[in-house]
Design a protein around this ligand. Structure first.
Ligand code: NAD
Length: 539
C-alpha cells in the first residue's frame, strides 16, 4: 500500500499549535505541500464574514451575478492546462478525465446558469385562488449562507459546481473540500476571489475552509442557512444529526450502485463502450458509475468477451501528460483498501476475475494502483453485489429476462442513476420507467448529469434534494408567498364581532363555490342573498 497519505501534523507556529494536512500525489507519492486545517473557531469566523458580505450580494442584480459567473468560467478556460495539471497531480486521474470530467461540466453548468438563472429565480405570478380581488406571486429570496461539504473525486468540479447555484440565487457560500484534495483547492479560491473583486464584491462571499471531518462538523453546526453534503451515506447521517441542532435544511447527494441493463437487442458496441465509460471513467470514483452491468442472456457471452478485451488493454500508470495512459491512480490509499476488500470477499465467495482483481505497484516510487477489474459469477452473498465500490470494478451479471433485470436493478439500498441499452425505443422507455432511481438514461451512462435542464439527485440511500436545473436553483431560496390587493377593497369586509347569521352565510357561500349544477347554485345564491338581507335588517 502507499505509505504516503494525507495526514495530520502538529506544528507550533508563533507559540500556537496548528493542524496541517500533508498532501501527496497519489500517482507518484511526491509530496505536494501542506495545507492548514481550519479550527472550529475559524470556521465560525468564516461563516460570520460570509453572512455580513451576503447582505450586499443579496441586493446584486442578475446582471452582476452573471458577470461574476462569467469571470469564473473565463478564468477556468484561460487556465485550463494549469488547472488540469493541479488536478492530475492531486487526484491521480488522467488529463482527459480532468478536462472532460471537470472543466466540461463546470462550463456547461455556468453557461446554463447564466442563460436560465434569472428565468427561474425572478418573481413568479400565480393564480389568486379563491380571492379574485387579490393577486399573488412567489418570490425566490436568497437564504443567506450556504455550506457545501464535498468529496475528493472531482477536486475542481465539486467546488465550482457546488457554489455556482447558491451564488446565482444570491447566497454566500462557505465550502469544505475533502482533505484528500486540499492542496489543489487552495489554488481554486483564487478563481472566485478574482471574479468577485472584478465586479466590486467582497471575496468573503465565497470562502473555502480546508480541514478534516471536524472542520466539516463545525461548519454543519455554525448556523448556516442550508447545507449541501456530497459524500458517503455514513457521513451523511452525521451531517443530518449535526443539522438538527439549528434545524438547518440539507441536500444529501450520497452514494450509488447504479445498474446498466443491456438488453439482448442492444447494439453491442454501444453497450460495451457505455459499460467501459460507466465503470472506468475517473477510475470508477464516480457516484454515478455503472457498477452493475445486468446483461440479458442472449448477448451475455458476446458482451463479456468484448468488454473484457477492451478492459485488458487499458494502459494504467502515472498520468505524466495527456495521452500517456488510459487510467491513472485511485485518489486515496484508504479507497484502494475499500475496493480490494470488496473484490477479495467476492473472489473468496466464488466470483471469477476476468481481468484485474488485485492491487499492483507501478513505477519506481512503489505507489500502488488498482487496475480496471472485471468480475463475473457475482452472487447476492457477496458484499460487492450491493455495496458501493467507488473504484474501477465492473460486475457483470447474467439475467434471464427483462423482469429479472429490473428486479435486480432495484434490489439495492441505492437509487442514484440507471441506464438501459436497447435499440427498441419503446422497450428502453418501458424499462427506464420501472427503475427506482433519481435518473434513467437510455443508451448511455450518466449523461443526465451533463444536461443542466434536468434535476440531479437520488432516492433511497442515494440521498434527497436536487442539485441541478430549476429545482436545484430554487432549492437555495425561500419560496416566499406574497398576496396583495388587486382592486383595493376587502371581501369579507369584516370578521369581528361575529354576527348572528355569519355561520349560515359562510355555509351557503362555501356551498355556492364548490357544489355542482347551475340550478343548485342559483338556489344557493338565492338563500345566501336572503340570509344576508336578514342580517342587514335585523341589526
Ligand atoms: P466522505 O463522506 O468520506 O467525505 C465527504 C466530505 O465530508 C469530506 O469533505 C469530509 O472531510 C467531510 N466529512 C467527513 N466527516 C464529517 C463529519 N463528521 N462532519 C462533516 N463533514 C465531514 O466521502 P468521500 O469519501 O470524500 O467521497 C466518496 C463518497 O461520495 C461516495 O459514497 C460517493 O458516491 C459520494 N459522492 C456522491 C455524489 C453525488 O452527487 N451523489 C458525488 C460524488 C461523490
Amino acid at each position: 500500500m502507499n505509505t504516503k497519505v494525507n495526514a495530520i501534523e502538529e506544528t507550533v507556529e508563533d507559540g500556537k499549535s496548528i493542524k496541517v494536512i500533508e498532501c501527496f500525489s497519489p500517482s507518484t507519492g511526491e509530496k505536494l505541500g501542506d495545507v492548514v486545517a481550519r479550527t472550529p473557531a475559524e470556521v465560525q469566523q468564516a461563516v460570520d464574514k460570509a453572512r455580513e458580505a451576503q447582505k450586499d450580494w443579496a441586493k446584486s442584480s442578475f446582471n452582476q451575478r452573471r458577470a461574476v459567473l462569467k469571470h469564473i468560467m473565463n478564468h477556468i478556460l484561460e487556465h485550463a492546462d494549469e488547472l488540469c495539471d493541479l488536478i492530475v497531480k492531486d487526484s491521480g486521474k488522467t488529463y482527459e478525465n480532468a478536462m472532460m470530467g471537470e472543466v466540461l461540466p463546470i462550463c456547461t453548468k455556468i453557461k446554463w446558469t447564466i442563460k436560465n438563472g434569472e428565468k427561474h429565480l425572478k418573481p413568479e405570478k400565480v393564480g389568486a385562488g379563491m380571492f379574485p380581488h387579490k393577486k399573488a406571486h412567489i418570490e425566490y429570496v436568497p437564504l443567506g449562507v450556504v455550506a457545501c461539504i464535498i468529496p475528493w473525486n472531482y477536486p475542481l468540479q465539486n467546488i465550482i459546481s457546488s457554489l455556482v447555484t447558491p451564488l446565482m440565487a444570491g447566497n454566500a457560500v462557505v465550502l469544505k473540500p475533502s482533505e484528500a484534495v486540499a492542496w489543489s483547492s487552495e489554488r481554486f479560491q483564487m478563481i472566485t476571489d478574482e471574479a468577485l473583486r472584478r465586479e466590486g464584491f467582497s471575496t468573503d462571499i465565497v470562502q473555502i475552509v480546508n480541514g478534516f471531518g471536524d472542520t466539516g462538523a463545525a461548519l454543519v453546526r455554525s448556523g448556516v442557512d442550508k447545507i449541501l453534503f456530497i459524500g458517503s451515506v455514513e457521513n451523511g447521517r452525521r451531517i443530518i444529526e449535526g443539522s438538527a441542532e439549528h434545524l438547518t435544511p440539507v441536500i444529501m447527494e450520497l452514494g450509488g450502485k447504479d445498474p446498466m441493463i443491456v438488453c439482448d437487442d442492444a447494439d453491442l458496441d454501444k453497450a460495451v463502450h457505455s459499460a467501459l465509460g460507466g465503470c472506468f471513467i475517473n477510475l470508477g470514483q464516480n457516484c454515478i458509475a455503472s457498477e452493475r452491468i445486468l446483461v440479458l442472456e442472449g448477448v451475455y457471452d458476446q458482451f463479456v468477451a468484448k468488454v473484457s478485451d477492451y478492459a485488458k488493454q487499458l494502459r494504467q500508470g502515472v498520468p505524466t501528460n495527456p495521452g500517456a495512459v488510459d487510467v491513472g491512480a485511485i485518489t486515496t490509499p484508504m479507497q484502494i483498501k475499500v475496493i480490494d476488500d470488496l473484490v477479495q470477499d467476492a473472489i473468496a465467495k466464488g466470483a471469477t476475475v476476468i481481468t484485474g482483481g488485485e492491487i499492483k505497484t507501478i513505477g519506481s516510487s512503489n505507489t500502488t494502483f488498482y487496475p480496471p477489474t472485471v468480475l463475473v459469477n457475482v452472487t447476492p452473498e457477496m458484499k460487492i453485489t450491493y455495496t458501493e465500490v467507488f473504484g474501477p470494478v465492473m460486475l457483470i451479471m447474467k439475467m434471464a429476462s427483462e423482469e429479472e433485470a429490473i428486479q435486480v436493478a432495484n434490489s439495492t439500498d441505492f437509487g442514484l442513476h440507471s441506464s438501459v441499452i436497447t435499440k427498441d425505443k419503446e422497450k428502453g422507455k418501458r424499462i427506464a420507467d420501472q427503475l427506482h432511481a433519481g435518473a434513467a438514461c437510455v443508451n448511455d451512462f450518466g449523461l443526465c448529469y451533463l444536461n443542466q435542464d434536468l434535476p440531479f439527485g437520488g432516492v433511497k440511500y442515494s440521498g434527497f434534494g436536487r442539485m441541478n436545473g430549476r429545482d436545484g436553483l430554487r432549492s437555495y431560496t425561500n419560496h416566499k408567498a406574497v398576496l396583495q390587493d388587486r382592486f383595493g377593497f376587502e371581501i369579507p369586509p369584516k370578521l369581528y364581532p361575529v354576527g348572528k347569521h355569519d355561520y349560515e352565510s359562510a355555509k351557503l357561500g362555501i356551498r355556492l363555490m364548490f357544489q355542482d349544477g347551475f340550478a343548485n347554485k342559483l338556489k344557493t345564491l338565492a338563500s345566501l342573498i336572503w340570509v344576508n338581507l336578514k342580517a342587514k335588517f335585523s341589526k
